[in-house]
Design a binder for this molecule. Structure first.
Ligand code: CUA
Length: 316
């Protein structure tokens, strides 16, 4: 994942969607009103402590009665502030909660530990969300296993992705960008690797890309392409390539060697074994590991499978 969250104001990530204006305005308003009153109150407190401290044994406070003006002021001012914050927050919330009728709809499926995106034309991408610029996009989301949460900081959107039901979100990207999508609900061992890249591009380019079937041209070098896929398809979340322990068996030195299976059998790790383990992971589970890997059937093209196998062969 090369994308990083770009910070462009003092506190916040770059504002990449139309919703960001509402969210950032509310956030700045609350922050600066709080900062103003914090400084005012703490300063007054310190000044009063010093100025009206008890100077001698005989110091006595004169009788203090109430001040109607003061009491009205410290009731009316906070009340007005709370009403302003409510209006700003409620308007932003309604805007974020109700998607425009004419939205580009993308189905999102979360699964330990990857993101799948299905486009209106039936194309699917894994860990890469492509969206048009200047057009409302609606994400209709569900989970295959546990609760995940979709978060795109640059677009200021976040929503739980729950098994057995649909949740939805909408946004409109304001400019072409590449940014990050994160899972923000702890969902198991590879939660922190459950990332996707977001690519906002002009609608015409997106249409052209979808018309090509969504298949990115693989690099001329299959090993290099396989290495990229290994990261972008979440393989790296569970399989190390340097022999270190992880959720799944390491792939270092696996090719060409015998593998002990949970069934007690042994199998030689050649091309067909690697292919089967990607498409039907439960068929031959390695001894000492749980059958938790999801299938990649239908998600990888033949060329992509070739590239992954070519890359795994180089891990000596
Ligand atoms: Cu999915 Cu954390």
């Amino acid at each position: 994942m090369n994308e990083r969250i770009q910070i462009d104001s003092f506190f916040l990530p770059r504002a990449g969607s139309t919703l960001a204006r509402d969210v950032d305005f509310g956030w700045h308003l609350v922050t600066w009103v709080s900062a103003f009153f914090f400084v005012l109150i703490v300063t007054a407190m310190v000044v009063f402590v010093v100025r009206y401290r008890r100077r001698s044994e005989h110091d006595r406070t004169s009788a203090v009665d109430h001040s109607t003006t003061l009491e009205v002021a410290w009731t009316v001012i906070p009340f007005a502030l709370v009403i302003v914050l409510f209006v700003v927050g409620f308007r932003g919330y309604v805007n974020a909660a109700v998607s425009p009728a004419e939205a580009f709809e993308i189905k999102v499926t979360a699964e330990k530990w990857r993101w799948l995106f299905s486009y209106p034309g039936g194309q699917t991408t894994m860990n890469e969300l492509k969206v048009p610029v200047g057009k409302p996009v609606r994400l209709v989301m569900s989970s295959k296993d546990v609760v995940h949460s979709l978060f795109i900081p640059e677009f200021r959107i976040k929503q739980d992705v729950v098994p057995g039901t649909y949740t939805s979100l909408w946004f409109e990207a304001t400019a072409p960008t590449r940014t990050v999508l994160l899972c923000t609900e702890y969902c198991g061992a590879a939660h922190s690797d459950m990332l996707a890249s977001v690519h906002a591009l002009p609608e015409a380019e997106l249409e052209a890309w979808l018309d090509r079937g969504g298949d990115e041209a693989l690099a001329a070098n299959p090993v290099e392409a396989g290495q990229k896929l290994f990261t972008s398809s979440s393989c790296a979340g569970c399989h190390s390539t340097d022999g270190s322990p992880s959720t799944g068996p390491t792939l270092k030195g696996v090719f060409g060697h015998d593998v002990a299976l949970a069934s007690g059998q042994k199998v030689k790790a050649e091309e067909n074994y690697l292919r089967e383990s990607i498409l039907d992971p439960a068929a031959k589970v390695v001894a000492g590991f749980q059958p938790v890997m999801p299938t990649y059937q239908g998600l990888l093209t033949e060329k992509q499978l070739d590239a992954l196998v070519a890359y795994i062969k180089t891990l000596r």
